[in-house]
Write a protein that binds this ligand. Structure first.
Ligand code: PEP
Ligand code: MN
Length: 339
C-alpha cells in the first residue's frame, strides 16, 4: 500500500501514520521528497480498509497495491484452473463449452424437447432453473425437486451435464444428487452464508456477477467459496445494471479479459440475461468467445413465445443451431476449439 501525505503534512502526522501502519503489521519505507512524503507499506495482510488511513490527518491519498483476494488471484495458480468432470468435459481448458437450455424447467415435455434440440446442436451442459429467483412473487417460481429430477433424466438421456441455480443453503443437499454444477445467481452473489456452504461441497460452482457488483467483488465472492476448500469455481459475466434502456442489462465483455488477467478461474458469459433480447444474444455470444470466454450460457426454448420465464431472451432452436455453427468458426480464430 502507498500512502501519500499532503504537502503541508507535519512530522507528527507522518509519524502517526507510520505507527498506525506498523501496528497493522506492515514494514514501512519512507521517502521524503522536496514537497511531499510518501510511505510504502509492505506486508502480507490484505484484510485492511484503506479508509482507516485516508481519514487520518495529513493524508492525501492511499493506494492499495496487492489484491484483497488470495485464492482467486492469478498468482495462486498462474497456469489457470481447469474444472474437470467425470465424463471428460473440462471448463477452462482449450475447449469452449456451451451450456444451453430453458430459463426454467416447466414440464417434462418442454424440457425433453429443448434438451434434444440443444444436445443435437452441440451443447454439452443442460441449463434449467428448478428454483427461480423472480422479481415478482407472483411469477412462476419453478418446479422445485420435480424440476431437478427432470433435469437429471433429460441430461442422462441426451448425454449432457446439468447446471441449475441454488438459491438457499437448504437446497444444497437436495440438489447434490441431481446436478453437476451449482449455479449461484446474480442476486445471490453476495449471499455470503450460501457461498460459505458451497465451499464445503465438492461440486463445481458457477458464480454469476451481481447486477451492481464490481469485478473485485465478484472475485471476493469466489474467495468465499474457495476458502472453504472448493476450488472448482467458474465465474460468469451476465450483464450489469447501467443507465442504458435498450437492453435489460449491459453485458460487460471487458470483464472477460480482466478476469483472465486477475484470476486463474474460468470465465463464462451469459448473453441471454446480459442483453434480455433474443436478437442480441448471438452477437454477444460471438463477442464473448472472441474475447476469450471459456464457456457461454444461453437460454433456448422450443416455444419461447409461451415460455413461463425469460421468453423474450430465449433463442428459437434454429437460432441456437446457427449460433453453434458460428461459434465453431470463431473458436479457431482465437486459438480454441469447441467441446
Ligand atoms: C438464470 O440463469 O435464469 C438467472 C436467473 O440468472 P441471473 O442470476 O443471471 O439473473
Ligand atoms: Mn432466465
Amino acid at each position: 500500500m502507498i500512502v501519500a501525505m499532503q504537502e503541508g503534512a507535519v512530522e507528527d502526522q507522518i509519524q502517526a501514520v507510520v505507527e498506525r501502519l506498523t501496528e497493522m503489521g506492515f514494514d514501512v519505507h519512507k521517502t521524503t521528497g522536496a514537497r511531499q512524503t510518501v510511505l510504502a507499506a509492505v506486508g502480507s495482510r490484505n484484510d485492511f480498509d484503506v479508509r482507516e488511513l485516508e481519514v487520518m490527518p495529513g493524508v492525501e491519498q492511499v493506494h492499495r497495491i496487492s489484491a484483497p483476494y488470495k485464492l482467486a488471484g492469478k498468482s495462486f495458480r498462474p497456469e489457470g484452473t481447469v474444472v474437470r468432470f467425470a465424463n471428460g468435459l473440462a471448463i477452462g481448458g482449450e475447449e469452449i463449452v456451451v451450456m444451453a437450455g430453458p430459463c426454467s424447467v416447466e414440464s417434462r415435455d418442454q424440457l425433453f424437447r429443448v434438451t434434444e434440440q440443444v444436445a443435437k446442436a452441440g451443447a454439452k451442459v443442460l441449463r434449467g432453473g428448478a428454483f427461480k429467483p423472480r422479481t415478482s412473487p407472483y411469477s412462476f417460481q419453478g418446479l422445485g425437486e420435480e424440476g431437478l429430477k427432470l433435469l437429471r433424466e433429460a441430461g442422462n438421456k441426451f448425454g449432457m451435464l446439468v447446471i441449475s441455480e441454488v438459491m438457499e443453503i437448504s437446497q444444497i443437499a437436495l440438489m447434490l444428487p441431481y446436478i453437476d454444477i451449482f449455479q449461484v445467481g446474480a442476486r445471490n452473489m453476495q449471499n455470503f452464508n450460501l457461498l460459505r456452504e458451497l465451499g464445503k461441497v465438492r461440486k463445481p460452482v458457477l458464480l454469476k456477477r451481481g447486477i451492481a457488483a464490481t469485478i473485485e467483488e465478484l472475485l471476493l465472492s469466489a474467495e468465499y467459496i474457495m476458502s472453504g476448500g472448493n476450488y472448482d469455481v467458474i465465474l460468469c459475466e451476465r450483464g450489469i445494471r447501467t443507465f442504458e434502456t435498450y437492453t435489460r442489462n449491459t453485458l460487460d465483455i471487458s470483464a472477460i479479459p480482466i478476469v483472465h488477467k486477475l484470476s486463474h478461474l474460468p470465465m463464462t458469459a451469459d448473453p441471454s440475461h446480459g442483453t434480455g433480447r433474443r436478437d442480441k444474444v448471438a452477437p454477444m455470444a460471438r463477442a464473448a468467445i472472441a474475447a476469450g470466454a471459456d464457456a457461454v450460457l444461453v437460454e433456448v426454448h422450443h416455444d419461447p413465445d409461451h415460455a413461463l420465464s425469460d421468453g423474450p431472451q430465449s433463442l428459437y432452436p434454429e437460432q441456437f443451431e446457427k449460433l453453434m455453427h458460428e461459434l465453431r468458426m470463431i473458436a479457431p480464430a482465437v486459438g480454441r476449439k469447441m467441446a
